[in-house]
Design a protein around this ligand. Structure first.
Ligand code: 3PG
Length: 404
């Protein structure tokens, strides 16, 4: 049972502002994965069946990252999934956008430009502050209601997520409703045997607190990716910092080193760290033992010794949760760790949940079958917060709005 209004509560033929999350991996400016598009297309199709006029609000990447691009190509991908045209306007709430919104007919779909390009969307601030932004105040007056289907961003207190429900009628879309229902906190489930969690990916700050929060219910945390290197750094290895103009490690270390060190100290018995890593040399995958390593390159995957250890642990587990990839799986040479772990889960009769927007993409990329996992979430940070039992601010405001 949900305690917020859903699209089932909407009257037909409304003018709707719908927040979706089609934030995707992008390489050389091109979107690489359409799983989120497919899921949101289902919500949009349902809304179109009720003859609504729909403007979509979404983001892609973060300012300063190579993945921070316009949503023009996203409109075309969405149109393919919907089987109808999706107009795109390179503006979010300026005159051009407002004019396109004004001309929207019932049955039309319009995608507005990347909302993170607008003042007011970032940074995270209290919902009441976000509700006062020009972005929210301007757009809210152009629609009858707001629908939030962006579960994967529900943990961010950004204007497009938390502002609208405080000023206009707000409803949860289907993706929001389903993911909310299905991403049940780990501590609400009971397992007889070992519970393992694989933590990787690049957004270490989302996953660092998870070890402390779940140390009483997860027996072993196997670390890879950026979080793996940061814990190795805390363990005294010459790893876990930026080289070659990277911008992945140092700021996350600066903000979280104390937590990492404290977590390592308190939960060493549950933490499994890589003992070898892989890097690129002369176009080849080369592996090196962590002991005695001097970081002068990017490490792109866990090594074979670590892969054996992690897959053994997975194969004897009753439940396995995955958040984030342990290597740069988009490059086949560095997909060994991620693919070996996911294949072992798929072959093992365990309860399994895989999350992390990019991680779920690896399932498609390496021809694994989603049906071999108990559940695959399209969300990353929101998914991990749901697992730890933390509330999601985007859902809190929908509940608050529902009590208006
Ligand atoms: C995600 O992919 O996890 C969401 O789109 C949120 O993105 P963010 O971590 O950049 O806020």
């Amino acid at each position: 049972m949900t305690s917020f209004p859903t699209i089932d509560d909407l009257d037909p033929r409304q003018r709707l502002l719908v927040r979706i999350d089609v934030n995707a991996p992008v390489e050389d400016g091109v979107v690489q994965d359409d799983r989120r598009f497919a899921r949101h297309a289902e919500t949009i199709r349902e809304l179109l069946a009720d003859d609504h006029a729909i403007a979509l609000l979404a983001h892609q990447g973060r300012p300063g990252r190579a993945t921070f691009v316009s949503l023009e190509q996203h409109a075309a991908i969405l149109a393919d999934h919907l089987g109808q045209s999706v107009e795109f306007v390179a503006d979010t709430y300026g005159d051009e956008a407002l004019s396109s919104i004004e001309h929207l007919e019932h049955g039309d779909v319009l995608l507005l430009e990347n909302v993170r390009m607008c003042e007011g969307e970032l940074p995270e601030e209290e919902p009441d502050v976000k509700a006062e932004t020009k972005l929210v105040r301007t757009l809210a007056t152009s629609f009858d209601a707001y629908v939030n289907d962006a579960y994967a961003t529900a943990h961010r207190s950004h204007a497009s997520i938390v502002g609208f429900p405080l000023v206009t009628d707000a409803y949860a879309g289907r993706v929001m409703e389903q993911e909310y229902r299905e991403n049940t906190a780990i501590r609400d489930r009971e397992f007889d045997g070992t519970v393992t969690m694989i933590l990787g990916g690049t957004k270490a700050e989302d996953t660092i607190p998870v070890v402390e929060q779940l140390a009483d219910v997860v027996d072993q945390f196997c670390l890879g990716g950026v979080i793996g290197e940061l814990f190795l750094r805390a363990d005294g290895h010459d790893l876990g910092y930026d080289v070659d103009g990277m911008d992945l490690f140092d700021h996350q270390w600066a903000n979280h080193s104390e937590t990492i060190e404290r977590t390592l100290e308190a939960h060493r018995d549950r933490l499994v760290l890589p003992t070898d890593l892989a890097y690129e040399d002369d176009d080849n995958r080369v592996e090196v033992l962590v002991e005695g390593i001097v970081k002068d390159t990017s490490y792109l995957d866990i090594g074979s010794e670590t892969i054996d250890r992690y897959t053994n642990l997975v194969s004897t587990s009753d439940a396995v949760y995955v958040k984030g990839a342990v290597g740069v799986f988009e490059d086949e040479r560095f997909a060994d760790g991620t693919v070996a772990i996911l294949s072992t889960i798929a072959d093992t009769d365990c309860f399994s949940v895989v999350g992390g927007g990019d991680t779920a993409h690896s399932i498609v990329l390496y021809d694994l079958d989603e049906k071999d996992f108990t559940r695959v979430s399209i969300a990353g940070g929101a998914y991990v917060r749901a697992l730890t039992g933390e509330s999601l601010v985007g859902i809190d405001v929908l509940e608050r709005g529902g009590q208006k």
